[in-house]
Design a binder for this molecule. Structure first.
Ligand code: HAM
Length: 418
């Protein structure tokens, strides 16, 4: 196949058994989030570009260099969603959800696009599930969201979890901190990478995120944002922490955690899995109390997080999951003239919720038997000349090798009894 016809770098096809894991996770996500009273929201795959520039921020990596944007035939500037929070807030405002309900607890499972450098755990098309609780400014809402994320991973028995948490306060404290951080970093300016030198002017907070060793050393002695927060922000943060303590959820306060999107305030957090290598953030989120207003709604506090599904899959111990479905029955039809009978039996078994496989390649009995073995079917039903003549089928238990001879009208009750 010519290179130009292959899938785009950073995208993937999900085939066969891997889809069992996706289905298993998706149904887990729905069940888990319904338990917390969250309801699903689906938003379009693309939006007006300015929705993302306005919410995520012009200086962020996502908006400045990673978005898939284009101008359509009508001259509209459009972008494939790089994240979901902006779309959820847009929908919240547009459909007046705040008026219908003082608190909206919403969740999504969605496909996103960012033109990042692909590597293990980082793709250009990837999937997230996420939650947004819009309406409460109270610390118990923060604690509920963080506990939800943490408990979700626990429920899947994922080990090596670290919950990192910080507070970046409100704008005033943050601005004071930016000045202090800039002052601290300026004497090191010439030692910093070109990117960090640029960030020193545009958004010094992002330097705290550095992965470069010598920059980490410099940052380790930088002032802490928490010391610049006002009394209310500090109280909010300590209440969030004490609620997490009451749930025995362990956390690390990470003074360097600021997150790469501009809409955050107060609590920010990430859950990391140390086994994942450089892309170790399983999920990330925080408070965004000003975003609804910035996008044209009434001032409404909110908090949420989003979790990468590919990274979740990389973290799963797949041997522990019983997600591989064995077909219950493989119908072996030996001749074209028995198709009607075998079709009828197949459909009536499927109506009773059995997983039933049938051959549509008109293969020989031997090849169909081989296929049943390959698929690890529990039983085969053979429909041949004798069977049609006597109105009975041969049912073979593939594990034990035993056979039963059952009349057509008893097939369903035979399997239902098992
Ligand atoms: P984010 O940190 O950009 O936050 O993404 C959240 C999670 O999505 C990451 O922790 C990671 O697991 C996954 N992720 C991000 N980019 C990629 C990628 N290129 N390939 C694979 N996985 C990726 C947000 O998106 C915010 N909207 C979260 C939020 C919701 N904040 C408040 N509410």
């Amino acid at each position: 196949m010519s290179e130009s016809l292959k899938n785009i770098k950073g995208t993937q096809d999900i085939l066969f058994d891997d889809n069992n894991i996706w289905q298993y996770l998706e149904s887990n996500i729905h069940n888990f989030l319904n338990k917390y009273g969250f309801s699903q929201i689906r938003t379009p795959i693309f939006e007006n570009t300015n929705l993302f520039s306005k919410s995520i921020g012009l200086q962020t990596d996502i908006v400045s260099k990673e978005m898939y944007s284009w101008t359509d035939q009508g001259g509209n500037n459009l972008t494939l969603k790089p994240e979901v929070t902006a779309s959820v807030v847009r929908a919240y405002i547009q459909h007046n959800l705040g008026k219908k309900n003082p608190i909206n607890k919403l969740y999504y499972i969605d496909t996103l696009f960012r033109r990042e450098r692909p590597q293990k755990g980082r793709y250009r098309q990837f999937n997230q599930f996420g939650v947004e609780a819009i309406g409460s400014a109270h610390p118990e809402q923060d604690a509920e969201i963080i506990a939800l994320a943490y408990n979700f991973y626990k429920s899947l028995n994922i080990k090596n979890l670290t919950l990192k948490i910080n507070s970046i306060g409100s704008e005033e404290g943050r601005n004071k901190y930016k000045v202090a951080l800039k002052k601290y970093l300026t004497p090191y300016k010439n030692k910093l990478s070109a990117l960090s030198q640029k960030r020193l002017e545009t958004n010094p907070l992002r330097i705290l995120d550095t992965k470069i060793d010598f920059e980490i050393k410099i940052i380790n002695s930088a002032p802490h944002i928490i010391d610049f927060l006002n009394k209310e922000d500090k109280e909010h943060f300590s209440k969030v922490l004490s609620l997490l303590d009451s749930l025995s959820i362990k956390y690390d306060i990470d003074h360097k955690l600021v997150r790469g999107l501009d809409y955050y305030c107060r609590t920010v957090f990430e859950i990391q899995n140390s086994k994942l290598g450089s892309q170790d953030a399983l999920c990330g989120g925080g408070r965004y109390d000003y975003l609804v207003e910035e996008l044209g709604g009434k001032p409404t506090p909110a908090i949420g997080f989003a979790a990468g599904i590919e990274r979740l899959i990389l973290s799963l111990n797949k041997d522990e999951l019983s997600i591989f479905k064995r077909p219950n029955i493989y119908i072996i039809n030996t001749e074209e003239k028995y198709l009607e009978s075998s079709f009828k039996i197949t459909e009536s078994l499927r109506n009773n919720n059995f997983i039933v496989i049938n051959d549509t390649l008109r293969r020989s009995l031997k090849s169909q038997m081989k296929d049943a073995n390959r698929l690890n079917a529990l039983y085969t039903i053979i429909i041949g000349e004798d069977e049609i003549k006597n109105n009975k089928v041969t049912i073979k238990n593939m594990d034990k090798g035993t056979q039963d001879y059952i009349s057509f009208d008893k097939i369903n009750s035979y399997f239902l009894k098992k």
